[in-house]
Design a protein around this ligand. Sequence first.
Ligand code: G2I
Length: 472
Amino acid sequence: MLKSRQRRRAVIAGVVTVATAALGIGLSTQFASAQTTLRGAADAIGKDIGVAVSYSQLMNNASYRNTVASEFNSLTAENAMKWDATEPSDGNYTFTQADAIVDFAEDNGQTVHGHTFVWHSQTPSWVQNLSGTALQTAMVDHINTVANRYEGRVDSWDVVNEVVSDSNGALRDSFWLQKLGEGYITTAFQTARAADPNADLYINDYSIEADNAKSDRIYTIAQGLKAQNLLDGVGFQSHLILGQVPSTMEANLQRFVDLGLKVRITELDIRLQTPADSAELAQQAADYQRVVEMCAELVDCTGVTVWGLRDGDSWVPSVFPGYGAPLLFNDDLSKKPAYTSTLNALGGDGTGNPTTTPATTDPATTTPPPTGSGCTAQLSVQSPWNTGATYSATVKANQALTGWKVTWTWPGSERISNAWSVTGTLTGATVNGANAAYNGTLAAGQSTTFGFNITKNDGSTASVPTVTCTPA
Ligand code: G2I
């Protein structure tokens, strides 16, 4: 089975790669599009834009849930897949929280980056009190059980997390190293590879964004694992400080790509001294833009995950007193300047006024647009899965418009579960949609997009009905 990220890339990645190479310039200028969500913009360039989510917020907070669904195409469990959450006592696995997050991602057509199997932190004391064969067996059992449970549903795993120390690039002097020796890293990867051969396997760490002693050590480990076909990618956590995006970050990512590995920004946040003033928020926006552009322009960078949704969700203030506000959304879910710069870096312009029509259509799953009316619209399936699909819709104005309406009827069991950049009555067999406040005004010839997820009966093909578009 193709993984959902691979499916999404299959539709559009070739276009972006070729065009970027041919023009030799950044995506953010040439591919500025009508995309008005991070998700829409990331989908259009074949990247993951992810967020670390909290189980309790996802369960209890509808506006949190809606924003996670509409703005992100990839999820990481901030805590729910860690060892203390999944196997709090020996052999007793608790998957309620992790399952709920994976279910949510599946319902919303999102990929999942799994975090994490082997770490020195958030590992229960019953594990830390083991040694020798018993500890190794516990590690192997844990990886097997968790990887098998999510096989085919979690796209990639942080197999080991933070195994290098902060001094001189030595291996971290954790209980793992002390009790099992450095071979525990290879064993963890061998176990994960055998348990889920289709998942991408990552080594993940912080303070390795720059070319430094720590990233040098990760490089050496990565080389060894890659040579044994046990490693697919390197996760750069990127817990950064305002104004301190490392100058060597781009070249550092590139040297890992040159090893034949994927790279991923796995836990991005950019902290500042609170309260933030407008100059600091502007600097933060520039820093985000730089990091996200780096990934957008690097074909083998799979995506960027931000480590939390709203500033108030962040781990930062509890660990760095006086620092915070490191994320893209304020606590009321209003968008910070860093949101807009991230959208721009992904190629969206946030205005609803495209400079190009996004090249996201797959002829096999696209209906020909009807001609001759004030506007035309067509649907295309971006990523189908067994019980649902993500669609992108393009509305094109044939005359100047101040608003538009679209309607279609599903031929089968398909029903919209959530949608973005469109309003109206959307959930029934007949869909009556209309522009959002920001994407109704189009000059003749311009187009804009909206998107939605559907649910459907297992196994049925996601259909592509003909859409009627009328000026409003
Ligand atoms: O520390 C930031 C991140 C560094 N890289 C690995 C990540 O896994 C790590 O995430 C943080 C979470 O954001 C925090 O939410 O990991 C922390 C634990 O080391 C998480 O904090 C813990 C609190 O310390 C616990 O008191 C709490 O019970 O979260 C737990 C669950 O809410």
